[in-house]
Design a protein around this ligand. Structure first.
Ligand code: AP5
Length: 255
């Protein structure tokens, strides 16, 4: 199996750096993954981070790992209760957590932003931050899938309480029931995978996040990819689309 980044810099913030593997990488990618809850962004981020050696930066995982801390700030308490209801966390808190971790956007191996931005306000703030840091986004991938398949994916999801690896009871079961293959951690069902919270999350996606497709299409960065099929088929589709971007960029550079 390929080496993986430890994601320490992302989870612990400040200037802590991940142990990010650097060998045999021909180029690094800086990508945003968009798509409705349960479409498979986290699963693809996990596979892409192994393939591209880019750091998986998930705001959902960040908030869920903060939930394990003993001394939570009132802002984080409010964020976690919004999450349990399926609502979005405030733009201010999300962007302040990203700013605290802006060194991750300079990660040598590149990055896969999963779960952020989620509103036009966050997208504009992120555009400004990347501009300030002189970091260029390669592409924004929007995964697409019919609702009934999404509901099935969310219903069978199990997540590692330790390393956050994602499983599915039918399509990607762990080798031993309830135990993470990668770190031996306990597999749990997320609080916001209850049917009431799923409905709220889908509405939040339609109202606040779907309009981001137009924002990034206007920048010429949007790649729409079908999330139908097995995780490995979708990974290949994504890599093929990314390969096209590199070829197009090289062709533009030659002109
Ligand atoms: P977040 O953790 O980002 O959740 P999400 O966007 O709702 O997405 P999910 O993690 O539910 O799904 P996914 O697309 O990653 O699918 P997965 O790969 O797990 O955010 C959670 C909450 O945090 C938000 O609701 C909000 O409150 C807050 N938040 C986070 N960021 C925020 C922000 N920027 N602003 C405001 N609030 C924010 O796959 C799902 C299941 O399907 C798994 O079981 C998987 O094994 C299975 N599966 C995946 N691919 C396939 C396949 N191809 N075939 C069959 N099964 C598959």
């Amino acid at each position: 199996m390929s080496e993986k980044s430890t994601r320490n810099g992302w989870f612990q913030g400040s200037e802590i750096h991940c142990c990010s593997p650097t060998s045999s990488r021909s180029r690094s990618y800086r990508l945003i993954l968009l798509g409705p809850p349960g479409v498979g962004k986290g699963t693809q981020a996990q596979l892409l981070s192994e393939k591209l050696r880019a750091c998986h930066l998930s705001t959902g995982d960040l908030f869920r790992s903060a939930a394990c801390q003993s001394d939570l700030s009132p802002a984080l308490e409010a964020a976690l209760s919004a999450m349990r209801r399926g609502e979005l966390v405030s733009d201010e808190l999300v962007m302040s957590m990203i700013r605290e971790r802006q060194h991750c956007l300079h990660c040598q191996g590149g990055f896969l932003l999963d779960g952020v931005p989620r509103t036009i306000c966050q997208a504009k703030a992120l555009d400004e931050l990347l501009h300030e840091l002189d970091v260029d986004l390669d592409a924004v991938i929007s995964y697409e899938l019919p609702l009934e398949q999404i509901v099935d994916r969310l219903g069978g999801r199990r997540t590692c309480s330790g390393c956050k690896a994602v499983y599915h009871l039918k399509s990607n079961p762990p080798k031993a029931v309830g135990v993470c293959d990668q770190c031996g951690g306990e597999l749990i069902c997320r609080d916001d995978d209850r049917p009431e919270a799923i409905t709220v999350r889908m509405k939040a996606y339609d109202a606040a996040t779907r309009p981001l497709n137009d924002h990034y299409a206007n920048q010429g960065r949007l790649l729409k990819i079908s999330a139908d099929g097995s995780p490995l088929e979708i990974l290949q589709r994504t890599l093929d689309a990314l390969g096209g971007i590199v070829l197009n960029r090289r062709a533009r550079e030659r002109v």
